[in-house]
Design a binder for this molecule. Structure first.
Ligand code: GAR
Length: 187
């Protein structure tokens, strides 16, 4: 049985989609949802699906508490699904090639510190890009700079707002993220 541990900070549509994808599977299980945000909607989603959740603060992330908790869960893969804080080097070093992130743009464009969620889509819109997409990559000690695992483009010439772009991106994420996780765990 391969174990997946999810990190998220917000709504958690990806978290819910991943939990549902692996529900009733005997080979892959989502063992927990970790969040830095006590008000995150993702907590309700974890509860509905009976997945244990952990809330932590900045000090707990940087001073070893979160790493100790990760170790307890013994994950085969740690998945950042809308997680907005930087992973401390200590955690990245403890799980080489075992932490992946999804970014809502075609990295290396529209990545780096401060580039997350709607800010990405608004900037893409402002720059009149014809296409955008998603990038799934390994996490290293720099924001959005680890080795790419998967990218998928989408045409956005018909999008008039950042919300419409976000919608297209979420569709892509929901379609591909669980399959990429599955492939990594089976490969
Ligand atoms: C997703 O679009 C994800 O790619 C993005 O946050 C959103 C979370 O949505 N992540 C980043 O911007 C990380 N830099 P969700 O909470 O509905 O899954």
């Amino acid at each position: 049985m391969k174990k997946v541990l999810l990190f998220a900070s917000g709504t958690g549509s990806n978290v819910e989609n991943i939990i549902q994808y692996f529900k009733n599977r005997h080979d892959i299980i989502v063992v927990g949802v970790f969040t830095n945000n006590p008000n995150a909607k993702v907590l309700e989603k974890a509860k509905i699906h009976n997945v244990p959740a952990l809330i932590f603060n900045k000090e707990q992330l940087s001073e070893g508490f979160v790493l100790d908790k990760i170790v307890e869960f013994q994950p085969d893969l740690i998945v950042l699904a809308g997680f907005l804080w930087k992973m401390p080097e200590e955690i990245v070093a403890a799980y080489p090639k075992k932490i992946i992130n999804i970014h809502p743009a075609l990295l290396p464009k529209y990545g780096g510190k401060g580039m997350y969620g709607m800010k990405v889509h608004q900037t893409v819109l402002d720059n009149r890009e014809k296409e955008t997409g998603i990038t799934i990559h390994y996490v290293n000690e720099h924001y959005d700079e680890g080795e790419f695992i998967f990218q998928q483009k989408v045409n956005i010439e018909d999008c008039a707002s950042a919300d419409e772009i976000a919608c297209k991106i979420h569709e892509l994420e929901h379609e591909h993220f669980p399959e990429v996780i599955e492939r990594l765990l089976e490969g």
